[in-house]
Design a protein around this ligand. Sequence first.
Ligand SMILES: [Ca+2]
Ligand SMILES: [Ca+2]
Ligand SMILES: [Ca+2]
Length: 350
Amino acid sequence: MKTISTLLSLSLVMFLSNAQSIEKFSIDSGGASVTAGGIQMLYTIGEVNVQELSAGGISVSEGFINADLKISINPKLFLQGPILNPTNAGLMNDDLRASGYIPTTSPYSDAATCNASVFNVTGTNAIVDWVWLELRDKTDNTSVILSQSALLQRDGDVVATDGVSNINLNVASDDYFVVVNHKNHLGIMTNTPVAITRSSGPSVIDFTDVNTTTYGTQAQATLTSGAKALWAGDVNGDGLVNFAGDVNGVTTDIILFSANTDFNTNYDFVNGYFKSDVFLDGNVSFSNEVNQILLSVILYPLNTGFNSQYNLFAEQLPSPSALRSTAQLSLDQLRLERALEIIELINNNN
Ligand SMILES: [Ca+2]
Ligand SMILES: [Ca+2]
Ligand SMILES: [Ca+2]
């Protein structure tokens, strides 16, 4: 049974000179009427209901307004890539936005869209990139109840596609595991289900706070400030940060860049919106991106042998997110194969 808490509908009934009157009628579970200055306001409280009344030539419809019935959450997170070398301490860089590279269609499988004007905002609430959000079943943390794209502000707030609002989710008040993810970072999940109700306002989940425990081991990077951030460097989006897989992703984007007609892996002008752009600075540089991937692998806390080929630097989720569409996955695979063919041709000719 859902909590009855919201003023659902307002109906205005104007009394004409001969004082025709419509009596309040409602199949809702509560309501009242107020009369002042010849105007009577009727309202009802309850669940979904649309009804029409008519009397004396006056018709009144009352509708159902449901925005407040959705649950609302306000997650906060940092991405390691854009905050490793921050222009402003404590804020992620927003180079992708400043260069006009963030697409108005989300790169994730729901292909959510936003208005281009959302990217005009500068300062602490400027948009860094699209992120991915999931609610998972409190009794089965592999079962995704709801997932959707959202936008990330420089100060870590995850917001709706208008760039400012809390995220409304069309599910019942309950406890959920909350997952956040990004196309080239490792996703994370709350360690325990979080109560998300519509009566208590937006549920704040601060993944940057060291006291917010997350599922698994070493799920996030620790910044020099002490704040937590999603690990950067999963360029090929397979849930691992490793040299073998992710360096290939960088090579692919550079080799297949249309202006790089010589197929030069050290070509430095690959500008745009690429998964291989570890720092989210709008440019893919082989040395820049690969050095960071290597550094992350070597310094990963569980890689105690500082092994550059370490293969266990994995996303700490009980089951993968479905943030990438199958069409995108097969396109990525084709691009990788094409890039490897070109590299082989070049090597054979040398
Ligand atoms: Ca903010
Ligand atoms: Ca990877
Ligand atoms: Ca870059």
